[in-house]
Ligand binder design. Structure first.
Ligand SMILES: [Zn+2]
Length: 85
C-alpha cells in the first residue's frame, strides 16, 4: 500500500529545509531543485505556482510545500482571548 505521495515528500523536504520565503500578500518564493518559483495565493485561497509542472498538472511540490507551511503556521497560532469556558 503506498500512501506516500512523492510530490508530498518533496514538498515536505522543501518546507522543512526552510526554502520558502514569504514575500507578503500571499506570495511566496520557493527555492526548488531546478530553480526558484513564485507561489501565489489567489483571492479564493488557491495556490498557484509558475513552474512548468504546475502549468501542466495543476499541482506541484512548491505549492504543496507552501500549503504545508501555512497549515503549520495556523496550527501553531496561539488562541487569543475569548476561549470558550
Ligand atoms: Zn511549482
Amino acid at each position: 500500500m503506498r500512501r506516500r505521495d512523492p510530490l508530498f515528500e518533496k514538498a515536505l523536504k522543501l518546507a522543512e529545509s526552510g526554502r520558502i520565503e514569504f514575500l507578503g500578500n500571499g506570495v511566496y518564493n520557493v527555492v526548488g531543485d531546478h530553480g526558484t518559483y513564485i507561489v501565489a495565493e489567489d483571492p479564493a485561497g488557491k495556490l498557484n505556482c509558475n513552474c512548468p509542472g504546475f502549468l501542466q498538472k495543476g499541482r506541484c511540490s512548491h505549492a504543496a510545500a507552501v500549503m504545508l507551511l501555512t497549515k503549520t503556521q495556523h496550527r501553531k497560532r496561539v488562541p487569543g482571548r475569548g476561549t470558550a469556558p
